[in-house]
Design a protein around this ligand. Structure first.
Ligand SMILES: *[C@@H]1O[C@H](CO)[C@@H](O)[C@H](O)[C@H]1NC(C)=O
Ligand SMILES: *[C@@H]1O[C@H](CO)[C@@H](O)[C@H](O)[C@H]1NC(C)=O
Ligand SMILES: *[C@@H]1O[C@H](CO)[C@@H](O)[C@H](O)[C@H]1NC(C)=O
Ligand SMILES: *[C@@H]1O[C@H](CO)[C@@H](O)[C@H](O)[C@H]1NC(C)=O
Ligand SMILES: *[C@@H]1O[C@H](CO)[C@@H](O)[C@H](O)[C@H]1NC(C)=O
Length: 650
C-alpha cells in the first residue's frame, strides 16, 4: 500500500470498465420498441379470443426469433362495440402513443372511418375481422386485410344453390356495413346461375324480437323457401330461435349461413344450435397441422385460466388470423430495420382538432410495403397478401347436426364442389349434390327441399276423385276406419303423384272423393267433371274419358292410358311363312288362264307344225310332250333356235 493513488486509480479503472462492459451488454440486448395499437371489442367473443391469441403470438414469435432487434409493444384499446369509440381509440393511439400500425378495429362498420384516418396519416390499419367488401384495400392502400373478404365466399354459396337446383333465394342480412356489403356480390353470383332474388330481408341489429317475428311471418307468406343468412352471431342467434318457434326450421325449408356465422358455431349457445338443425354453411378451410393442434391446446388452457366465467368458446379462424397478423407485422417491422416512430407535423394548418395535429407517419410507407411483401406459413395456412388481402383457397361446406357441425364437402375455385379436397386435378368445375356427403335438412329429413312452395297461408289444391265400384285399379277410394279420412290409391293417383313430385316446386294438395255422406257416388263422371267448372274442385284425377262436351268446361291433360272400344279377333297364321307366297301377287284365275294359254299356244303351234315339221312327229306321247315342251321353252329360250330349225327344214 505504498501508492494509494495507484490503487484508487486502478479501482476507478475497474469500475469504469465494469460500467462500460455493462453498457455494451445492454446495447447488445437493447431492442427497438415498436408501438402498435390494437383496437378490439373487449366484451365480445372474438375480441377476447383475438386478444389472447395476439399476446400468445408475440411471446411465440420472440421465443422463436430471440435475436431480432425489434420488439412489438401492443397498446390495446376497447372500442366498446361502437364506431365512435373505435375512432377515438385510433386517434388516441396515433396522437398520444404515436403507434406505427394499428391492428383492428374488429367490425366493418367500426373500421370504415379508422381506415380513412390510417390512409390520411399513412399508418397501416391491419384488420383480420373487418370483412365487408365495402372496405376496399385498393382505394385505401393503408388498409390491410389479413382475413378473407366476404365476397370471396359467394361463389361457394352459389355453387350450393346450383347443386340443389333452387331457382329462388332470399338473403337475410343485418342492416349494417358488414351485412349489406355482401349483397351486391351475392346478387351477381346468383344472377350467373340464373337464380332469382325475389326479395331481400334486411334486419336491424336493434330489431326487437317482435320485429324479427314480423319479418319471419312475411317470409313465410312468400313462396321462396331458401334463405342465405349473413349476420353476426348475436342477431343470428335470435333469428334462428324465432325461426324455430314459428316453424321455419322444418320440412321444405333450406338455410345457408355465411362464413362469419359458420365460424362462430362452436361457440354458440346449445339452444341456438338446437334451433339451427339442418342448416348448411360455408367456412374457410384451415389445413390441419401439428402447430395448430399444439397452439389450440395451449390457447384453450390459457383462455380458461383468464376467462373462467366463459364455458363455451372454441378457437376459430379469427383467432388464427389475429395470431398470423402479429407474426406478419413482427416480421415486417424487423425487415424494415430499427426505426423510431416519426410523425411529420403539419406546419401551416391550425391545430383545431386532434386529427389535424397527428400529421403523417414517415415510417408508414416502408412498413406497409414490408407487410405486403411478407409471406410465411401461418396457423391459418399460407399467409400471402394479394392487393392487400389474404387470398382464399378453399371453403368447407358444413351441415349443422346434433351438438355441432359436420363437414359434408369442399368448394374450391378450380374444382367446384367435391367430397374431398382436390379429389384429382383433372376434375372440371362442377356443382353437383352427389359430390356432397349425406345431408340432414331442417325437420330431420334427408330429402332435398324444393326451395319453393305455395305459401302455407293459402289453401291446398282440391283434387276430386271419382267414387265407383268397377275398375278399381285406376282409382280406389277407401275410408280410414277410425278417422274416416279418405285413402285414395290406384294407377291414376300414382301418375298424378309422380307428376307433382317432378315439379320444381312443391304444391300441397288433398284428394276429395266425389261422394255422398253415405259413401255412394255423388254423380256420374259428367257431374264430377262439371264440379271443376263450378270451382268445387281445382282438378279431377281419375279414369275420365275425354269427351267433346266435357272439354267445353274443363281442360284435359294428354291421355296417359288408352281406352275406348276394343275388339277381340282370332290370331291368323303368319302368311309370310307359306312356301306358296310367290303366288300371291296374281289371282288364281289369272294363273290358270296363263297356264291354259301356254298349252293353247303349244297346241296351235303343234297343229300347224306337225304336218311339215319333223320335230312335231312321232309317237302321240312324244307329240304331247313336244306341245308342253314348246310352251315351256317360250319361257326360257329365245325362239330363234326353233325358227332356224324350222327354216332349215325348208
Ligand atoms: C374479395 O376477395 C376476392 C377473392 O379473394 C377478390 O377477388 C375480390 O376482389 C375481393 N373484393 C374486394 C372488394 O376486395
Ligand atoms: C389513400 O391514400 C392514397 C395515397 O396515400 C391516396 O392516393 C388515396 O386517394 C387515399 N384514399 C382515400 C379514400 O382517401
Ligand atoms: C407445443 O410445442 C412446444 C414446443 O414445440 C412444446 O414445448 C409444448 O409442450 C407443446 N405443447 C403441447 C400442448 O403439445
Ligand atoms: C400545432 O401543434 C404543433 C405541435 O403540437 C406545433 O408545433 C405547431 O406550431 C402548432 N401549429 C399551430 C398553427 O398552432
Ligand atoms: C255430355 O253429353 C252426354 C251425352 O250426350 C250427356 O249425357 C251429358 O249430360 C253431357 N255432359 C255435359 C257436361 O254437358
Amino acid at each position: 500500500m505504498k501508492n494509494p493513488t495507484n490503487l484508487l486509480s486502478s479501482l476507478l479503472f475497474f469500475f469504469l470498465s465494469l460500467s462500460l462492459f455493462q453498457r455494451s451488454v445492454y446495447a447488445q440486448n437493447a431492442k427497438s420498441m415498436i408501438d402498435v395499437g390494437v383496437i378490439l371489442d373487449f366484451d365480445s367473443w372474438v375480441g377476447k379470443m383475438s386478444r389472447s391469441c395476439m399476446s400468445m403470438a408475440l411471446s411465440d414469435f420472440y421465443a422463436v426469433n430471440p435475436n431480432y432487434r425489434t420488439r412489438l409493444v401492443l397498446h390495446t384499446r376497447d372500442s366498446k362495440r361502437d364506431a365512435v369509440d373505435a375512432t377515438s381509440a385510433a386517434i388516441d393511439l396515433l396522437k398520444n402513443v404515436q403507434v406505427q400500425a394499428i391492428l383492428g378495429p374488429m367490425r366493418s362498420w367500426q373500421a370504415e372511418f379508422v381506415v380513412e384516418i390510417g390512409n390520411k396519416t399513412q399508418v397501416p390499419i391491419i384488420s383480420f375481422s373487418a370483412t365487408s367488401p365495402f372496405l376496399s384495400t385498393i382505394q385505401t392502400p393503408y388498409f390491410v386485410r389479413t382475413g378473407l373478404n366476404d365476397s370471396s365466399q359467394v361463389k361457394a354459396i352459389a355453387a350450393m344453390v346450383q347443386a340443389f337446383e333452387w331457382r329462388e333465394v332470399v338473403p337475410i342480412y343485418e342492416n349494417t356495413e358488414y351485412g349489406s356489403g355482401i349483397v351486391p356480390y351475392l346478387t351477381d353470383a346468383f344472377h350467373e346461375i340464373n337464380t332469382d332474388i325475389p326479395y331481400r330481408s334486411a334486419i336491424s341489429t336493434l330489431a326487437t324480437d317482435d320485429q324479427i317475428l314480423e319479418e319471419l311471418y312475411k317470409l313465410m307468406t312468400m313462396q321462396t323457401r331458401v334463405f342465405v343468412v349473413h349476420m353476426t352471431g348475436t342477431l343470428a342467434s335470435r333469428l334462428f330461435l324465432k325461426a324455430k318457434e314459428v316453424g321455419m326450421m322444418s320440412k321444405g325449408y333450406a338455410w345457408i349461413i355465411t362464413d362469419g356465422l359458420a365460424n362462430m358455431l362452436p361457440s354458440m349457445d346449445s339452444s341456438v344450435i338446437h334451433s339451427m338443425q339442418g342448416v348448411l354453411g360455408v367456412k374457410p378451410y384451415i389445413p390441419r397441422s401439428n402447430e395448430l393442434i399444439n397452439f389450440t391446446t395451449r390457447w384453450r388452457r390459457k383462455f380458461r385460466q383468464e376467462n373462467p366465467e366463459i364455458d363455451r368458446i372454441e378457437l376459430n379462424v379469427f383467432g388464427l388470423w389475429a395470431y398470423d397478423s402479429i407474426w406478419a407485422l413482427a416480421m415486417a417491422t424487423e425487415s424494415t430495420g430499427v426505426v423510431r416512430a416519426q410523425f411529420e407535423k403539419p406546419l401551416s394548418r391550425d391545430n383545431l382538432t386532434d386529427l389535424a395535429a397527428i400529421g403523417i407517419s414517415k415510417t408508414g410507407p416502408k412498413l406497409l410495403e414490408a407487410i405486403l411483401r411478407t409471406s410465411f406459413k401461418g396457423l391459418s395456412g399460407e399467409f400471402q397478401l394479394v392487393d392487400g388481402e389474404l387470398q382464399s383457397s378453399a371453403f368447407k361446406i358444413i351441415n349443422v347436426i346434433g351438438k355441432g357441425e359436420r363437414e359434408i364437402g369442399f368448394w374450391t375455385p378450380a374444382h367446384g364442389i367435391s367430397e374431398k379436397l382436390n379429389p384429382n386435378d383433372k376434375k372440371m368445375y362442377s356443382a353437383s349434390r352427389f359430390d356432397l356427403r349425406p345431408i340432414i335438412w331442417p325437420g330431420d329429413l334427408t330429402e332435398v327441399p324444393k326451395g319453393w312452395e305455395i305459401p302455407t297461408s293459402e289453401r291446398k289444391l282440391r283434387i276430386g276423385v271419382p267414387v265407383k265400384d268397377g275398375f278399381r285399379e285406376f282409382v280406389k277410394v277407401d275410408r280410414d276406419p277410425h278417422t274416416y279420412a279418405p285413402i285414395v290409391t290406384g294407377f291414376c293417383i300414382d301418375v298424378f303423384k309422380a307428376v307433382m313430385e317432378s315439379l320444381p316446386y312443391a304444391v300441397p294438395y288433398e284428394f276429395i272423393p266425389f261422394d255422398k255422406p253415405d259413401g255412394q257416388s255423388a254423380g256420374n263422371y259428367n257431374d264430377l267433371v262439371y264440379q271443376v267448372f263450378l270451382h268445387k274442385f281445382d282438378a279431377v284425377v281419375g279414369d275420365t274419358t275425354i269427351l267433346a262436351n266435357r272439354s267445353l268446361h274443363v281442360d284435359f291433360t294428354l291421355p296417359f292410358t288408352e281406352s275406348g272400344v276394343s275388339m277381340i279377333v282370332p290370331i291368323k297364321d303368319d302368311e309370310r311363312k307359306n312356301a306358296w307366297i310367290f303366288l300371291k301377287p296374281l289371282t288364281m284365275e289369272l294363273w290358270v288362264t296363263t297356264g291354259a294359254f301356254f298349252i293353247f299356244t303349244g297346241f296351235v303351234v303343234w297343229l300347224i307344225e306337225h304336218r311339215i315339221n319333223i320335230d312335231f312327229r312321232g309317237s302321240p306321247s312324244k307329240q304331247a310332250g313336244m306341245v308342253f315342251w314348246f310352251s315351256f321353252s317360250t319361257l326360257v329360250f329365245a325362239h330363234s333356235n326353233f325358227l332356224s330349225t324350222y327354216l332349215n327344214s325348208y
